[in-house]
Design a protein around this ligand. Structure first.
Ligand code: PEP
Ligand code: MN
Length: 337
């Protein structure tokens, strides 16, 4: 249920409404827009809508029949803009994240980050805990990998993102990373989502391999219902009958999600296509379709990569793509950062 307050209503009246719904056993989530303050009233209890309508300062009470509430534009009409290390995602801002699939050694991260920093990349990616299809494939360096990622990022004034796989890893991740990444395979790990909802760091939620947009948004709702407002959605391709590309990049998800939700949607063309030469065209297409950001795999020497070398760009290719995207952003009238 959404409680729309009258415009210019006093803080005192807002607090009285919050107290009232809390007493009835609901959680209150506040969205302060330019015109109206909206209070999201979320819970499993039953309440007579008229009891709220009668409270001082309340303009209207709307029952939401759609399954997602806090992620929806009804709750928050304005775009959510998430800023990390000066890079903005959302609104008219398209942010860039780049780096290797996985952290291998300090030297590998340093060599890659050095090239990326020359392109002005401010957010470095690198997996330390890898959800590999085969138990015999490289599983990541674990905490040691997070330390390397952090040290290298600090050297180049970068922020970092890395995938967290389990609830008990969260405290460790909070020490090292700026964006907590939820991988496609964990999109419906509800305990993980609930625990991430209790943190106050941005969460990048990748779309599940065969998740519908509604399921993806419901996973974002799990995080937001815990009080964490900073969710970045990431379209990374879905599984279809097509096998030439690793996945099928669903670019239509961008405008679809942006209509329903205020959350930023970024695109991962690397995992979506699985092929290096498809990354540049799909990055441009993503920007044109309105993506709020990109996350791209880059390795200083992809032939030696322990993971996803075939889809990782050479630093020179990335630099060229970065320049082309910058030019494209002028035509699209967006802030590419
Ligand atoms: C990744 O970004 O490292 C990754 C494993 O991607 P996904 O979860 O989308 O497969
Ligand atoms: Mn990868």
């Amino acid at each position: 249920m959404l409680i729309v307050m009258q415009s210019q209503v006093s803080e005192d009246k807002i607090q009285k409404v919050i107290e009232f719904i809390k007493q009835k056993g609901f959680d209150a989530h506040i969205s302060r827009g330019a015109d109206h303050t909206v209070i999201g009233c979320v819970g499993r209890k039953v309440i007579d809508k008229r009891d709220i309508e009668l409270l001082d300062g309340v303009k209207e009470v709307i029952r939401i029949t759609s399954p997602y509430k806090l992620v929806s534009r009804v709750f928050k009409p304005d775009d959510t803009i998430i800023e990390v290390n000066g890079i903005k995602f959302g609104g008219k801002n398209t942010g860039m994240i780049a780096g290797p699939c996985t952290v291998e050694t300090y030297e590998q991260m340093d060599a890659t980050a050095e090239k990326l920093s020359r392109c002005n990349v401010k957010i470095l990616r690198g997996g330390a805990f890898k959800p590999r299809t085969s138990p015999y494939a490289f599983q990541g360096l674990g905490e040691e990998g997070l330390k390397i990622l952090r040290d290298v990022a600090d050297k180049y004034n970068m922020a970092v993102t890395s995938e967290v796989m389990e609830v008990n890893q969260i405290p460790m991740f909070l020490k090292y990373v700026d964006i907590l990444q939820v991988g496609a395979r964990n999109m419906q790990n509800f305990n993980l989502l609930k625990s991430l909802g209790e943190t106050r760091k941005p969460v990048m939620l990748k779309r599940g391999l065969s998740a519908t947009i509604e399921e993806w948004l419901m996973s974002a709702e799990y995080i937001m219902s815990g009080g964490n407002r900073q969710v970045i959605l990431c379209e990374r391709g879905i599984r279809t009958f097509e096998h030439i590309t690793r996945n099928t990049l669903d670019l239509s998800a961008i405008p679809v999600v942006q209509k329903i939700s205020h959350l930023p949607v970024i695109v991962d063309p690397s995992h979506a296509t699985g092929l290096r030469d498809k990354v540049a065209p799909m990055s441009k297409a993503a920007l044109a379709a309105g993506a709020d950001g990109l996350i791209i795999e880059v390795h200083y020497n992809p032939e030696t990569a322990l993971c996803d070398g075939a889809q990782s760009l050479y630093p020179e290719e990335f630099a060229q793509l970065y320049n082309e995207l910058k030019e494209l952003s002028i035509v699209l009238k967006i802030n590419f950062n």
